[in-house]
Write a protein that binds this ligand. Structure first.
Ligand SMILES: Cc1cc2nc3c(=O)[nH]c(=O)nc-3n(C[C@H](O)[C@H](O)[C@H](O)COP(=O)(O)OP(=O)(O)OC[C@H]3O[C@@H](n4cnc5c(N)ncnc54)[C@H](O)[C@@H]3O)c2cc1C
Length: 346
């Protein structure tokens, strides 16, 4: 074990408690970063010249296929601060290793608005911009101001503003051009202090609020509604291993959609632009008969076919092969290629 300041480089670390799918894998090199300066110490030791690391947050969106060949850098940098404010907004800067839901709860308790629809998403703040997390009609980019990252090639810190991040649906520059090259150290979000914009038009959110006779919901109502809906629909990784939605919802052209709709009249959809339609991947999977199906220790969740679950001792490759079979059925039935939302680590 090498020690410099508080930094420890460990070997043979069991990752099963570091991923919400609960898959067993052993990291030959594992470093936990608790301060941004730790990254400079690593750079000083030429760590990034010898290793091509994989950055790990809460492990809620990763599938370890096997023991990873890359060094694992676990981001645990903490801290949250209000760094700027005016009459209408605050800017909150949050360490990459802070728990996302705990941060959202803190925001709502302080009566700031903007992230209440994103309550209960597992994982860390630093991972949130990587796939531009989204839920119940809101995406991170709507409140995103900037982030600080460490460039592993140059060994320097840089600031990226919203315009630099190429945010898209579960997508950003960090999943594409900059994949594997940068480490997010903190994120700055712009949150409303007054006149909060309430996003309550998402189907299940609206039904929930109507059922509870909540006419003019505030941010606390939306926050609580999202928590209740999520708890009723999604499996808690503490009870059953999963990584949330395994695949992205496919977006197809209007032409392809119209052809599909003529064959599958009950196909649900959302218009994303004049020429693009999003189809719920969970519906496609369910239609091909995979909802609740289990092979060995792997299955899809009974209440939501888009969630692949580890019923016990499934290995990373068991889960991967199961996902391939689901993909194949959807391709054969609908001609649609499902793309994993989960990051597959080899
Ligand atoms: C039950 C459940 C429900 C979910 N619901 C949603 C949902 O509604 N909406 C949604 O968008 N997602 C959802 N997810 C997916 C997941 O919670 C998010 O993608 C989350 O942002 C992942 O955070 P994490 O810290 O666990 O990241 P990890 O799984 O550890 O990593 C995810 C990716 O981000 C990279 N990464 C992580 N931290 C950093 C960093 N500091 N710097 C650079 N790269 C980094 C990793 O290398 C990896 O590529 C759900 C997952 C589960 C288990």
């Amino acid at each position: 074990m090498i020690k410099k300041n508080s930094l420890k480089i460990c070997s043979d670390v069991d990752l099963s408690s570091y991923n919400t799918l609960g898959v067993s894998a052993v990291a030959s090199v594992f470093v936990e970063i608790t301060s941004r300066d730790d990254l400079l110490v690593l750079a000083d030791q030429d760590f990034f010249k010898h290793h091509q690391p994989f950055i790990l947050g809460g492990g809620s969106n990763v599938l370890f296929l096997d023991d990873p060949s890359k060094a694992i850098i676990k981001m645990s940098v903490k801290g949250k601060d209000i760094v700027d404010e005016d009459a209408q907004y605050v800017k909150a800067q949050i360490g990459a290793g802070e728990n996302w839901h705990e941060f959202v709860s803190w925001v709502v308790e302080n009566n700031f608005g903007g992230v209440e629809n994103l309550a209960l998403i597992p994982g860390t703040v630093g991972a949130a911009p990587i796939q531009n997390i989204g839920a119940y009609g809101v995406e991170l980019e709507q409140v995103f101001d900037s982030l600080e990252l460490f460039d592993m090639q140059t060994g320097t810190f840089k600031t990226f503003y919203k315009k630099d991040c190429d945010f898209g649906y579960r997508d950003s520059i960090f999943k594409n051009e900059l994949r594997g090259q940068v480490i997010v150290t903190n994120v700055t979000l712009r949150l409303s202090k007054l006149n909060h914009i309430i996003h309550d038009s998402y189907g299940s959110l609206q039904s929930y609020l109507q059922e509870k006779s909540i006419q003019n919901p505030g941010i606390k109502d939306v926050y609580q509604a999202v928590i209740d809906i999520r708890r009723s629909k999604l499996p808690d990784p503490k009870d059953i291993g999963n990584a949330g939605s395994f695949f992205k919802n496919p977006v197809v052209s209007k032409e392809i959609f119209e052809d599909l709709q003529s064959r599958f009249e009950d196909m649900p959809f959302y218009e994303v632009s004049e020429n693009e339609i999003k189809i719920p991947a969970g519906w496609l999977i369910e239609k091909t008969g995979w909802r609740g199906k289990q092979i060995g220790h792997v299955g899809t969740y009974q209440n939501q076919a888009l969630v692949i679950v580890n019923h016990g001792n499934a290995s990373g490759s068991d889960i991967f092969h199961f996902s391939k079979q689901v993909q194949k059925s959807v391709k054969e039935t609908f001609g649609i290629e499902l793309v994993p939302e989960v990051n597959i680590v080899e």
